[in-house]
Design a protein around this ligand. Sequence first.
Ligand code: HEM
Ligand code: HEM
Length: 466
Amino acid sequence: MEKEVNYEYGVVQGFALSALFWGVIGVLIGILISFQLVYPELNFAPWLTYGRLRVVHTNGLAFGFGLGAIFGMFYYITQRLAKAPLPFPKLARVHLWLFNAAIAAAAVTLLLGYSQAKEYAELEWPLDIGVVVIWVMFAVNIIGTILNRKEKQMYVSLWYILATIVTVAVLYILNNLAIPVGLLKSYSVYAGVDDANVQWWYGHNAVGFVFTTPILAMFYYVLPKATGAPIFSHRLSIIGFWALIFGYLWTGAHHLVYTPVPDWIQTTAIVFSIFLIAPSWASVVNGYYTMNGRWDQMRSNYLIKFLILGITFYGLQTIQGPSQAIRAVSQVMHYTDYLPGHVHMGTMGWVALTASAAIYYVIERVYKTEVYSVPLANAHFWLALIGQLIFSVTMWFTGLQQGLMMMQRNADGTLAHTFMEALKLNYPFWIMRGVGGVIFFLGFAIFVYNILMTIQKGKRLGAAAA
Ligand code: HEM
Ligand code: HEM
């Protein structure tokens, strides 16, 4: 019989709940900023204006919700796949508290207007140092668990976990190198075009190593567990992993098409962006083929719906993304609302659906119980899906309209439309986006309720059995 391993699950639950907390705040701010663009009177105070809140939204969701879920799920998945406990469980608990303190400090400083003005790297230098310390604490425990592993073979999720840890550290440190000139003010060591290039090398890979590799680690772990069948091809999963890692780090300059960044750097980024379709779809194909002969589980198993729709949006996202890198497409949709459409198919579709499945699955295991309510989980799924589709589709329409209008010229070469004309046509779409956001939020609120009730149920059953 397998020897009982003393896994550390307290932090898993702590991070999952933290992710839900920051998720609620981040999504509510998302709804507010959507409506602020249409109704300026909703900018209640200087520190509650769109400019300040937008950054709290992106940081709150990418780092509060996203990283919170990633830390929690990684602590669980790594211990289980390694069949070994965390070497430093107390350190993991300190990590949990410092993480929440850092997100709270980030929100306060951003609301007060302290920012490095680099997207996804807005935090000022003292917080950056805190982030590095937190990351090292996390890395020590995860890498320690992998080194102590009892299971010789490294399943693909562990590779994605290691890639996330190493790459985020390198990206974060290099992009945030700065000279402090005060407690909350610093200047980047890079200037001009170099600064832009390093920033978008970081910015794109934040997408790659916060919104892609860790979510794939969760997907590859939870899908076989939920279906009860092994992943279709281990070889394909490993080839996909190495090809993705090889390709990702070259693509940052696709955010800088038609800028003073040298043309060859832009072209390299565009070529690698197209290349990425192959390893991305390796995971999509692997996911779909794992379902061969068991597609009926889409109806009978609520987790499968989240996972399969999640990977489907990943598949769509990784075709749309490369297409956006192409010069002819970038020309039309860069600087338009088409982009938030792309972003939220990825974040509300792929990231949120897959991370939700992982949280449901892991909380059930940690509490040795079944989810409190499957109908509520289904309601969460449908509201998230409908809210996300309304968001993305409205943004694609209005973005294309905006881009095409701004490209139209009169016979004498002047613009056929003013910026204001194109901007005003956004209003109905922005309202619809806000409505999509409210629908998504209802699903998220149900999710939080269902998880809290599952924990209560697990505690009750645990107490009764004791
Ligand atoms: C093959 C994979 C992908 C490629 C090649 C790609 C490509 C792109 C390109 C070219 C842009 C910038 C467009 C512009 O500013 O003109 C962009 C923006 C973005 N993409 Fe993707 N994408 C991919 C997958 C994803 C995924 C899976 C997500 C997950 C959420 C995602 C999230 C984002 C975000 C957040 C931005 C906005 C960045 C910003 O301007 O702040 N992308 N992507
Ligand atoms: C109710 C759900 C949501 C609403 C209403 C919402 C709303 C918004 C709005 C209005 C923007 C600004 C768009 C602009 O620059 O014009 C934005 C940007 C962004 N949001 Fe959300 N959001 C939601 C969910 C999420 C989630 C779940 C995530 C991440 C997990 C996320 C990540 C981002 C990111 C990365 C950006 C920056 C995109 C860019 O620069 O193009 N959002 N969101």
